[in-house]
Write a protein that binds this ligand. Structure first.
Ligand code: GLY
Length: 588
């Protein structure tokens, strides 16, 4: 049956099956938000979305991801009595089946957990550089970066997804791997219906993944799987079944790993059996910060996400008790300037904390933010120093947000880095490998193939985790009740998009639907450009920004966010509207 909904027709079409309400009185029903009422917003003329749309609504739980079938997998697990962690792991494995562009078992990710009893945790299951990796491994004879960190067998870090999800489940879940993986295994074995989004994604990626073994799986004579095709993945189903039965050792010490290593060896990759055996996910202390009385739990390094979101919001809090009106040049200038300052630090100071002394306390402190806020001139932009550095992260990743009927919350972001990772598909075991090695600085201190200078703190070293921008974040309201679960995909734009959804619901008091649809902007220090979504500025705001000195560059879309927010009587969920309806919420 369908959920109880307050939603548009378009959103209804994205929703999966929902269960009938249970008789139990849930926490979600008992607690009302203690945040101010929402306010309407006017978007610039010509902006692609209308304000005032409705979000999906669930009285008891809500899951928002980039694929409705994956959200439904989480829903199925909660309906069977699982909690948010069980559901998140179910969504993660399901995305590996139904969202191969970014969902994965050949990549890695980060998960932020906040339980209704007040406990919080984060787990880092980022890939690590293989032991044979070396600082200059992606430089040619002239010292210039090659594309081997992006495409092909040498581009992969040691995958962490299976180990990380299994570890999260064993510590905070209530179900077995076999139970939470059942929907994923079923969809891999029996198939799922290819939608137009998967079809179009494959069609535009033939030049990339068509170079390797995925050609025989995702294409018929070079034609991408047609919409409506029932797509079965028997090799992946078998792999998932082995993991469900044997646990992560099937991947790291067993048949799946053996097959992975054999393929790597054949293709000239460097991941060995010992690399797999040594892989460990890491529990890390969440970054706990506050913003205007709200509390936030976010991801520490090896992701930069938690530090940079926290630092940006701290700068904004220090800069103004009340932000300038949303949509004005003053607002965009202040946000852009805060992001610029936080990214200057990010790009030069952050890396794997096992290898680099990360000044986390300083970067996330209110005092440091006050110092940086004072450097923002309301009338003039500050140029990024030419010796500032920039790290470019892959643009395809996927985030999902889960809240269960007890008020437990999970924010997870996972990635292969670029869409379909390194393009290397392991056909015997049925999955794509990541190209996460490109998230390292291949040539610290020297411009890379895009003319960018990258940070020494993120240089390649064996066993090191590459810096990420993934920003899974959980926000509590001023009374300490769960308020928002959010995060996104899109390389460095993850950080600024996640921050803006938070600002939109806290400072600008938008509904979640408006907060997600509002035009986004982005500044990452270098290039020293204020990036804005096309038609996302009024002409007055654009003229104002130019007067202040910003180089404004328009882009067709910035990031891909999936979020859940508490509202009166339950939860709203919105999956990214910019990606043409591929996402989906699932709720009751
Ligand atoms: N591969 C994208 C990121 O980790 O930020």
């Amino acid at each position: 049956m369908r959920c109880s909904l307050r939603t548009t027709t378009a959103v209804v079409l994205l929703l999966g099956a929902c269960r009938a309400p249970s008789n139990s009185q849930t926490r979600a029903l008992a607690i009302e938000p203690t945040v101010p009422p929402r306010q309407s917003v006017t978007f610039p003329d010509g902006w692609r979305f209308k304000a005032g749309e409705k979000a999906a609504f669930g009285e008891h739980f809500m899951i928002a991801s980039n694929q409705g079938l994956a959200s439904d997998a989480g829903s199925e697990v909660i309906r069977a009595g699982g909690n948010a962690v069980d559901a998140a792991v179910a969504v993660g494995f399901a995305l590996a089946v139904v969202y191969p562009v970014a969902g994965n078992i050949g990549g890695g990710g980060f998960m932020v957990i906040r339980l209704a009893d007040g406990r919080s945790a984060t787990i880092d299951y980022r890939e690590v550089a293989p032991r044979a990796a070396s600082r200059n491994m992606y430089l040619d004879a002239s010292g210039n970066p090659t594309d081997e960190s992006i495409i092909g067998y040498r581009a992969s870090g040691v995958p962490g997804a299976v180990a990380g999800m299994a570890e999260a489940l064993s510590k905070y879940g209530t179900m077995s791997l076999a139970q939470v993986m059942a929907p994923a295994i079923r969809m891999a074995r029996d198939g799922f219906v290819v939608d137009s989004s998967l079809h179009l994604g494959l069609r535009s990626s033939f030049g990339y993944i068509g170079k390797f073994d995925a050609r025989d799986i995702f294409y018929n004579n070079g034609e991408a799987l047609a919409p409506g095709t029932v797509f079965r993945q028997p090799a992946l189903a078998r792999t998932l079944q082995l993991i469900a039965e044997q646990g992560p050792k099937a991947f790291y010490r067993g048949e799946v790993g053996d097959s992975l290593v054999a393929a790597m060896t054949r293709g000239g990759g460097i991941i060995t059996k010992q690399d797999l055996e040594l892989y460990q996910p890491l529990w890390r202390t969440p970054i706990k910060s506050t913003y205007r009385g709200y509390s936030m739990f976010s991801m520490p390094p090896a992701s930069s996400g938690g530090i940079v979101v926290t630092q940006s919001l701290n700068i904004l809090e220090a800069a103004a008790d009340t932000l300038p009106a949303w949509g004005t040049a003053a607002y965009a200038h202040l946000l852009g300037s805060a992001f610029q300052r936080a990214f200057i630090d990010r790009n030069s100071k952050l890396g794997d904390p096992a290898f680099v002394n990360v000044p986390l306390d300083q970067l996330t402190s209110k005092g440091y933010a006050r110092t940086l806020a004072k450097t923002i001139d309301p009338n003039h932009k500050t140029p990024t120093p030419p010796n500032g550095s920039q790290i470019v992260d892959g643009m395809h990743t996927t985030h999902y947000s889960v809240v269960d009927d007890q008020g437990n919350a999970v924010a997870t972001t996972t990635t292969l880095n670029n869409g379909y990772g390194s393009a290397v598909y392991l056909k015997n075991v049925g999955f794509f490998m990541n190209d996460e090695m490109d998230d390292f600085a291949s040539a610290p201190g020297k411009p890379n193939m895009f003319g960018l200078v990258q940070g020494e703190a993120n240089a390649i070293a064996p066993g090191k985790r590459m810096l990420s921008a993934m920003s899974p974040t959980i926000v509590l309201d001023p009374k300490g009740e769960l308020f928002l679960v959010v995060g996104g995909a899109g390389g460095p734009r993850i950080i600024t998009a996640t921050s803006q959804v938070i600002l939109n619901v806290i400072d600008n008091r938008m509904s979640l639907a408006d907060a997600m649809r509002a035009p986004r902007l982005h500044h990452q220090a270098l290039p020293d450009t204020l990036m804005v979504e096309t038609n996302g500025l009024t002409s007055e705001a654009e003229a104002g920004l130019k007067r202040i000195g910003h180089a404004v560059r328009y882009l067709s879309g910035l990031a891909n966010v999936n979020a859940v927010m508490r509202v009166k009587g339950g939860w709203e969920g919105v999956s990214e509207p910019r990606v043409g309806g591929t996402g989906g919420t699932s709720s009751r």
